[in-house]
Design a protein around this ligand. Structure first.
Ligand SMILES: Cc1cc2nc3c(=O)[nH]c(=O)nc-3n(C[C@H](O)[C@H](O)[C@H](O)COP(=O)(O)OP(=O)(O)OC[C@H]3O[C@@H](n4cnc5c(N)ncnc54)[C@H](O)[C@@H]3O)c2cc1C
Length: 372
């Protein structure tokens, strides 16, 4: 039983369909009827594509041993591996929690009243409705917690906002600020960070690293930072505080807010209960390609366990991360967090070729996860 049909749950169910079709019956549960790639939310936010163009419907999953159910998980008993949803109660032989990270806009006082989050599909859609009437003033892209999905995304949003406003001929009337608690855009890669910092500077985007917004004053339209600075704004676009879903917190699966796992196998402390993706505290950033790699490793672990074979090599933490840099170009960084003594990262400069590679990345996954 797999809870959550995001990057992690979809990759795991595809692998179990490929490798264990005769041995395993998979029930895949998600509260939504469709999946949207995280990066597609940026396209929605800037009106490049409508939400209906980027949805991949779970009803199209065509794998004989995978049954998708659109249900909301209400409780998890990890000891008994019992899951209660709004429709049924399930007893699983093997339970995998891949419920991702929830957004908590309410955790930052004033955000709900005075700003707009762009990290959910609904949030990206509502920003797409607000942006066309924004003509002049101060736009802030603010990251509100130190742990968030896809560290490049707020930088991408700033670069894309620059393009969007330039195309509309109002860029000169807008000051863009990027406020981020991280010390650099991509902490694992100095080269990638330096490239992003210079792209921001070339476009006149004010970059405030190591800066934490604590609250917004919606009436005065001022963001208050932890170090006492104040940043007046006309438009505040937020990456909200992230948390494990409440159902996971209530299940007693977490420590310090996230599910502790063995980073080699993704086992939790409960027998036959595993967790992958953003919901875990694995020592890697939260990203789709990371969740996918974890799920692939877990598929190998389950295959070895069920077939009585030696356990596979531990998860390497290797992943590729694409970065929209504007003007139709995309950069990438190939990271490897866990193979060696220190993480490594190889940066590839922005180009139209990498943009095409990113497009293929999406279509290959759409076919693998939703095809037969
Ligand atoms: C703007 C943006 C851009 C991004 N760009 C990239 C990128 O370029 N590359 C990249 O690798 N990553 C990117 N990401 C990050 C990526 O989307 C996430 O890290 C990834 O989706 C995590 O996968 P996951 O399987 O752990 O969780 P998710 O994909 O979030 O899936 C969790 C699923 O669980 C479901 N769920 C949660 N609670 C319940 C419940 N109670 N009952 C039933 N279902 C439930 C949710 O509906 C969801 O479908 C981006 C994210 C954003 C927001």
């Amino acid at each position: 039983m797999i809870l959550g049909a995001g990057f992690g749950g979809l990759e795991l169910s595809a692998r179990l369909a490929e490798d264990l079709a005769d041995d395993v019956r998979v029930t895949l549960i998600d509260q939504n009827d469709s999946f949207i790639f995280g990066f597609a939310k940026l396209d929605v936010m800037f009106g490049r594509r409508g939400p209906d163009e980027v949805r991949l419907f779970y009803r199209d999953i065509a794998k004989p041993n995978v049954q998708f159910r659109q249900e909301t998980v209400l409780s998890i008993d990890p000891q008994a591996r019992r899951v209660r949803t709004d429709r049924a109660t399930y007893d699983a032989d093997i339970l995998v929690v891949a419920l991702g990270a929830d957004l908590d806009p309410g955790a930052t006082p004033g955000l709900v009243e005075g700003g707009h989050e762009f990290y959910s599909t609904q949030g990206a859609e509502s920003v797409a409705n607000v942006l066309p009437s924004f003509q002049a003033g101060v736009a802030v892209i603010g990251v509100l917690g130190p742990v968030f999905k896809c560290p490049p995304a707020p930088n991408e949003a700033a670069l894309m906002l620059h393009d969007y406003l330039s195309e509309r001929g109002v860029r000169d009337a807008v000051t863009i600020h990027l406020v981020n608690p991280l010390g650099s855009p991509i902490p694992v890669s100095e080269e990638t960070s330096a490239a992003i910092v210079s792209m921001l500077a070339e476009r006149g985007i004010e970059h405030w690293p190591s800066s934490q917004v604590e609250r917004l004053d919606p009436a005065a339209k001022v963001a208050h930072l932890a170090d006492g600075r104040r940043l007046p704004f006309d438009l505040f676009l937020a990456v909200p505080v992230h948390r494990a879903p409440a159902v996971v917190l209530d299940a007693g699966l977490t420590e310090d807010g996230w599910i502790p796992v063995d980073p080699a196998t993704f086992a939790t402390r409960f027998p036959a209960v595993y967790a992958v993706g953003d919901v875990t505290n694995a020592p890697v950033p939260r990203a789709g390609t990371i969740a996918e790699g974890e799920a692939a490793t877990l598929a190998d672990v389950l295959l070895a366990t069920l077939k009585g074979r030696p356990q596979p090599p531990p998860y390497s933490g290797a992943a590729v991360c694409y970065i929209e840099t504007g003007g139709g170009t995309v950069a990438k960084v190939d990271v490897d967090f866990l193979s060696g003594a220190e993480p490594t990262a190889v940066f590839t400069a922005p180009s139209a070729e990498v943009a095409e590679e990113k497009r293929r990345f999406g279509s290959v996954r759409a076919q693998r996860w939703f095809g037969d």
